[in-house]
Design a protein around this ligand. Structure first.
Ligand code: FAD
Length: 321
């Protein structure tokens, strides 16, 4: 019995979800009296790998082959499946991130494992059975999933579990599994970034605006606020449909899912389809001139007021500090 956790990186730097999934894996391992092994694929700095001990991983399998530098679902799933066999893991934990959504089902299929994606809390164990609460229907409902297979894959929703420091250390082992040649039938040679801005799924802070801004000519105040906070910008669907902002900024059920520490929603009504993509945010701040706007029900903090007046004042106050 042991737990394997996949730790994602971008360009050799761990993603913000990593300490959260390792903490979750450690809590799962504690519940079944076992240890956590992390698997890292790509050229992650050894000091970053070593830091995983502080969150409960007693061992890290480090896979750093050149042809695995760029993420590919097939090859990464094969590596995680091989690592599962290598350590005899029976629970495999991943983040339900953009790449985790592609990886988790592939890993489960390779291992003949049951899959609980979008988990929101620690599972309950009952002998060999494991029961997981997960979100369903774009976050509109919860589903309770029972896994009874020998191996079990869980993908954890971002911001669903608190980061826990355990103060431990970790052993780093180089791992070089055989990967089927067919996994490299299509490979990404290089990724050229279209912008230097923080990408939305990775952003710690997102400043998002909707139709309440009236038109694209008013987006200067949104960009200034985002710049003052080091945030990424986002928008509601009608805004990108109208061409006020690019489609790459559209968040929600039919757009990008974000899970920042802070989501500031400005002039957005809070329709359920919008909330589906942002409800995993840790703190939500809503600015809307209508005190009855539905978004206030999902907000941690709210300001009732005209965005065109409130936002410049907020930016000035942030710059003054
Ligand atoms: P509105 O609903 O027009 O709301 C504008 C808000 O701004 C209002 O609350 C108003 O009080 C406020 N406001 C007006 N003036 C000011 C001001 N001066 N200062 C402050 N506040 C002001 N939407 C998404 O966003 N993402 C999706 O992925 C998505 N997918 C969808 C999928 C389907 C199948 C369907 C049917 C709809 C989808 N929608 C999606 C659309 C969604 O239902 C809403 O219509 C949309 O989110 C509303 O956008 P909005 O809040 O910007 O505009």
């Amino acid at each position: 019995m042991s737990v394997l956790v996949y730790t994602e990186n971008t360009d050799g730097k761990f993603k913000k979800s990593v300490h959260e999934v390792v903490s979750y894996a450690k809590a799962v391992a504690d519940a079944i009296n076992t240890t956590v092994t992390a698997i890292s694929i790509g050229n992650v700095d050894p000091s970053d790998l070593a830091s995983l001990g502080n969150y409960g991983a007693s061992k890290v399998l480090n896979v750093s082959a050149d042809r695995l530098k760029q993420f590919t679902n097939q090859a990464y799933a094969s590596v995680i499946a091989a690592a599962t066999d290598h350590i005899g893991a029976n629970v495999i934990v991943l983040s339900n991130s953009f790449s985790g959504k592609g990886l988790a089902p592939r890993v489960a299929a390779k291992l003949g494992a049951g899959l609980a994606d979008s988990a929101v809390e620690l599972p309950r164990f009952d002998g060999d059975r494991l029961t997981v609460k997960k979100t369903a229907f774009s976050g509109k409902a919860y589903a309770i999933t029972e896994l009874s297979s020998a191996k079990k894959v869980i993908s954890l929703n971002p911001n669903a579990f608190e980061v826990r420091e355990t103060g431990g250390s970790t052993e780093i082992e180089t791992f070089s599994p055989e990967i089927p040649a067919g996994d490299f039938a299509a490979v990404i040679h290089d990724i050229v970034r279209a912008t230097d801005k923080v990408t939305l799924p990775d952003a710690e802070i997102v400043v998002s605006a909707g139709r309440g801004l009236k038109g694209p000519e008013n987006w200067g105040i949104i960009e200034e606020l985002a710049e003052a906070l080091g945030a990424a910008t986002a928008c509601s669907k009608p805004v990108s449909d109208a061409g006020w902002r690019p489609h790459s900024e559209h968040v929600g059920q039919t757009g990008i899912t974000v899970s920042p520490n802070l989501y500031i929603a400005i002039g957005i009504s809070g329709a359920i389809q919008h909330l589906a993509g942002v409800s995993a945010s840790k703190i939500i701040v809503v600015i809307n001139k209508d005190a009855e706007a539905p978004f206030f029900k999902a907000a941690d903090y709210g300001i009732v007021g005209d965005a065109l007046e409130v936002v410049p004042k907020l930016t000035a106050a942030i710059k003054a500090h």
